[in-house]
Design a protein around this ligand. Structure first.
Ligand code: AMP
Length: 403
């Protein structure tokens, strides 16, 4: 069955068409600047005459309906299409940011689920409304194709109360659902399962810590196959220092900055989300490759940003080893986790040698492979695994649609 995987943002849309049986990607790409001048679609077919090509079409896309229409046209195009007709799409899997407490696992979308996703818009005002647009447009264009919602928060719904409650008046939790939710759940779930599979160990027997280090970054403690703690919180701004997000800060700073900078709470919030983290610390760099280059050249700001980032990761992993009373496997994933070999080595040597971790330098230098980078006598196994949220969405979608 071919599953169309849709990840809808407010002005972008990422998509993949995956043969869910063979797990082969037939085509993928993204639509950018939807509703803004200069919109374009990037389309990469992986079979047919134009397999391996990158096709870029600049065309006005006033809204998501136009964008999805264009994607579907590409998929069936005579020259570069990968399927004969839209009938060959068996199901659609939607990435949805927030499922709250009610939507604790992937679900087939019906009217009630739509209502539940809508109710979570309050909790994820930047993401859920865009996800809903994607769902509604797909339903309009392909009304008979079953659709599944896969939530970023769902994997973390197994966290115990002690990990998800904040030290606030309890009624804020009961009245407003203020608690730690955590995000990147699809990635943490995929990567932790894959680690067990590669090591040929039962998933339910392992204590694994997954470091998802991309532009957004989070760490998750997975004990016996369940998320027991994670670094992002009520929103994805919490936890580690990230590309542009501040991560955990003292809440009193907001009030203090409102006064000092003569800004509104909303303006400060924007700064915490878009101008902080690595960007703020380095004085305007956000791409990890630039930071790494700066560090190699001895640039003070880059060294400082890298130091804070590494310290954040190292100490959070230490906390999760304590939360699980031990750790068997630590996995690095996502853009920085998969490519930052020097950073991985530095963290392991500077902070984790007390755990008996030893790194095999040669294996650590391998990029683009799922690999164990620790030595055989290392007390904790350290791995690098490429994340694949789209494949996980396709798997969940097929499993639910087949039922
Ligand atoms: P993600 O959000 O997972 O796409 O990750 C984005 C981050 O990964 C950016 O900071 C990139 O600079 C970083 N990244 C991607 N590819 C590489 C690479 N080959 N080497 C170093 N960093 C990379």
């Amino acid at each position: 069955m071919n599953v169309f995987v849709v990840n809808c943002g407010s002005s972008s849309l990422k998509y993949q068409l995956i043969d869910a049986q063979s797990e082969v990607v037939l085509a993928k790409g993204l639509c950018e600047r939807i509703g803004i001048e200069g919109s374009q679609i990037v389309y990469k077919p992986a079979r047919g005459k134009r397999s391996g090509d990158k096709i870029v079409i600049q065309s006005p896309m006033p809204d998501h309906t136009n964008a999805i229409r264009m994607v579907l046209e590409c998929l069936v195009n005579e020259d570069y299409g990968v399927i004969g007709s839209l009938e060959e799409i068996g199901a659609i899997g939607h990435r949805v940011a927030h499922g709250g407490e009610k939507l604790a696992s992937s679900v087939v979308i019906d009217d009630e689920v739509l209502k539940d996703i809508e109710e979570c818009c309050e909790l994820a005002p930047l993401h859920n409304p865009a996800n809903l647009i994607g769902i509604n447009v797909c339903h309009d264009l392909m009304p008979h194709v079953p659709m599944v919602a896969v939530f970023d928060t769902a994997f973390h719904q197994t966290m115990p109360e002690k990990a998800y409650l904040y030290g606030l008046p309890y009624r804020y939790y009961t009245d407003y659902k203020i608690r730690r939710y955590g995000f990147h759940g699809t990635s943490h779930s995929y990567v932790s399962k894959k680690a067990a599979q590669i090591l040929d160990k039962p998933y339910e027997s392992l204590k694994t810590i997954v470091c998802h280090l991309g532009n957004g970054a989070s760490i998750c403690a997975v004990k016996n196959g369940k998320s027991v703690d994670t670094s992002m919180g009520f929103t994805p701004v919490a936890g580690l220092v990230m590309g542009t997000r501040c991560g955990d800060i003292d809440p009193a700073i907001v009030d203090y900055l409102v006064e000092k900078e003569h800004k509104t709470v909303h303006e400060i919030n924007t700064i915490l989300n878009k101008e902080s983290g690595i960007y703020g610390l380095s004085g305007g760099l956000v791409d990890f490759r630039d930071i790494r280059k700066g560090c190699q050249e001895g640039d003070e700001k880059c060294l400082r940003a890298m130091d804070v980032f590494m310290y954040n990761i190292a100490t959070r992993v230490g906390a999760y080893a304590a939360a699980m009373n031990g750790v068997d496997v630590i996995v690095f994933t996502a853009g920085i986790g998969e490519n930052g070999d020097q950073m991985r080595k530095d963290i392991c040597e500077q902070y984790w040698s007390y755990m008996g971790i030893k790194i095999d330098d040669e294996k650590n230098r391998l990029s683009g492979e799922d690999v164990v980078i620790s030595t055989p006598d290392s007390k904790v196994t350290v791995m690098v695994i490429g994340t694949n949220e789209e494949l996980m969405i396709a798997r969940e979608t097929m499993a639910l649609v087949k039922e």
